[in-house]
Design a protein around this ligand. Sequence first.
Ligand SMILES: Cc1cc2nc3c(=O)[nH]c(=O)nc-3n(C[C@H](O)[C@H](O)[C@H](O)COP(=O)(O)OP(=O)(O)OC[C@H]3O[C@@H](n4cnc5c(N)ncnc54)[C@H](O)[C@@H]3O)c2cc1C
Length: 394
Amino acid sequence: MKKALVIGGGFAGCAAAHQLMLMGGWDVTLVERAPFLGAGVRTRYYGGHPYTFGPRHFLTPWPHVFEFLNTYVPMRRCADHQFLTYVERDQRFYTYPIHADDIPEMPEAAKIEGELSAINIEALSKLSSAEIAGMSRKEARGVNLASQARNFEDFWIYSIGETLYDKFVDRYSRKMWQIDDNKQIDDFTWSPKGVTVKEGPRAAWDTAISAYPIAFNGYDDYFSIATEGVNVHLSTTIENYDIPNKTVWIDGEKHTFDLIANSISPDILFEKCHGELPYVGRDLHTIVLPVEFALPPEVYFIYFAGDEKFTRITEYKKFTLHKAPTTLITLEVPTMTSKYYPLPFESEKAKAKKYFDEMPDDVHNIGRAGTYLYNVDIDDTIRHALEMAEKIKS
Ligand SMILES: Cc1cc2nc3c(=O)[nH]c(=O)nc-3n(C[C@H](O)[C@H](O)[C@H](O)COP(=O)(O)OP(=O)(O)OC[C@H]3O[C@@H](n4cnc5c(N)ncnc54)[C@H](O)[C@@H]3O)c2cc1C
């Protein structure tokens, strides 16, 4: 039997251990620092309500990833739900992402329309008449200056103009990343939900599968199924790493492996020799309210775009369908005291690459911290494990 080590027992680590067990021929050891598997996706309980650390609803554009999870944890498709943003200075809620149909309702509607058409005219003026002739009217209307952006602030101002940027993006992003200036963000390939101004349905996920486990304990059974037959070490950290030789020390004993699947921050594997990789964290506050539902039926989350200390509230019953006369919401407050979101800075990605470059072929980096990529969600962790299995087989 070949020996494999999985570092970290969140969704990515469990999914990787699962793939190795499904393949057969692997003796798998998983090391997890916490006393439980699943990390923030594991179901917790407050006032009798099941919830997770943040929404953790399952969204994917990949049907095969959905089908894979659905085989082990039967999933319920969520109705098309909406996100809202609260803009305190307007004293109102708007659809999130910014929706084209909301713009005429905004106090600065005429100014915003003017800014959007100025961006459009300037961008069109930079194209050749042949390029413009090949476009539909809708495509031509959507042309903006975003391709010239050097940072996140440019990207948004060139896409939506100063007023919408100020109203929806500026404070939210600085709060989300705990920074003073959005020009600091130079990796802006991500954008919330992939669009700047949305047209068409108001539902946030009209192009993806949106689902949540049917079971009262959410995804928890998956973590047990995925690690059946795996040597799981909970409440354990590796004392020493020699990654080039795929060797680690656990409980004072030296172990060498044929393969490592790593889902934790790569700097830890090399004693931060190229410097520490930064992250932003979250504090999560649970609040039970004396009403059956707090948010409108179609609304699962609300984002707060202003100077509020928190970024988002979530109503869990919308996913879990838990029946109770009260409802649970959580409030997410960004903090630097925990580590959940890799920072979208090119300099930090370059630092992470130095660590990846030192890893031999049989070390696979998976999951959010393992790849040091912000935009890794639950479906991506499963996809990473499936791709790792394909690589091993080939
Ligand atoms: C607040 C929040 C809300 C989210 N909501 C959604 C959502 O609605 N939908 C969605 O698809 N995605 C969501 N995500 C993202 C998604 O849940 C995560 O990206 C995914 O679960 C990450 O899994 P992972 O295994 O890569 O990392 P993690 O879940 O972080 O797991 C890593 C594991 O490694 C362990 N570990 C860390 N250091 C060590 C060490 N030194 N030794 C041993 N073990 C260690 C940790 O204890 C943890 O269990 C959310 C993320 C956050 C933070």
